[in-house]
Ligand binder design. Structure first.
Ligand code: ZN
Ligand code: ZN
Length: 191
């Protein structure tokens, strides 16, 4: 039995027609049909950019402050036009200029749906990582002092991940990530 978990309403990146699909993918496809895939493959970069722009205009809601987005979101909650095409990156190219090779477009606001160019800035890979960590910490339920306590408990090795997770009201994975230094690496215990 086919188990489709996502329903997407999206605009084809070739013909801009609206299409509804059921898929296992968390983000919609780029094209409505094989014919459109074929036509798109013969389009120039500039022609592709123009159709993306049409789709972008259909989905963006310009307003004061953060702009809204009617279109699809990816699994992290960022506005996308289709699988792998991030709307905020496109917005940068529409309102500013092409993004230099290897550069990231980052949000000044914490709104992943927002594509207002005034709320975006260009950054390097290092800027991107620092930004993600900063935002990750802000979203984290734990405070630095609690992480220290968790690290002490992990060092003493008396309690399981599950027990510690229960005590701090977080998931077991969160504790194992701290233990493996995937998160909160900067919090050190006194020697
Ligand atoms: Zn199409
Ligand atoms: Zn914003």
């Amino acid at each position: 039995m086919k188990n489709y978990s996502y329903i997407h309403i999206f605009n084809c990146l070739n013909c801009a027609k609206e299409k509804c699909t059921k898929t296992k993918q968390k983000t919609p496809a780029k094209y409505c049909s094989r014919i459109c895939v074929g036509i798109a493959s013969r389009k120039t970069k500039e022609e592709k950019f123009q159709t993306k722009k049409i789709t972008y205009e259909k989905n963006v809601i310009r307003k004061e402050g953060c702009w809204d987005w009617k279109g699809a979101l990816n699994y992290k909650g960022y506005a996308v036009l289709a699988h792998g095409i991030k709307a905020y990156r496109l917005s940068w190219e529409i309102h500013n200029e092409p993004i230099p090779e290897g550069m990231h477009v980052l949000h000044k606001c914490d709104n992943r749906k927002c594509t207002n160019p005034d709320h975006l800035f260009l950054g390097t890979n290092a800027d991107n990582l620092a930004d993600m960590q900063k935002k990750g910490r802000r979203a984290s339920k734990l405070k630095e002092a609690q992480v220290k306590q968790i690290k002490i408990l992990l060092k003493e090795n008396d309690f399981s991940y599950t027990k510690i997770a229960q005590k701090f009201g977080v998931g077991r994975k969160c504790i194992s990530a701290i233990h493996q230094e995937k998160t909160w690496k900067h919090v050190k215990l006194c020697p």
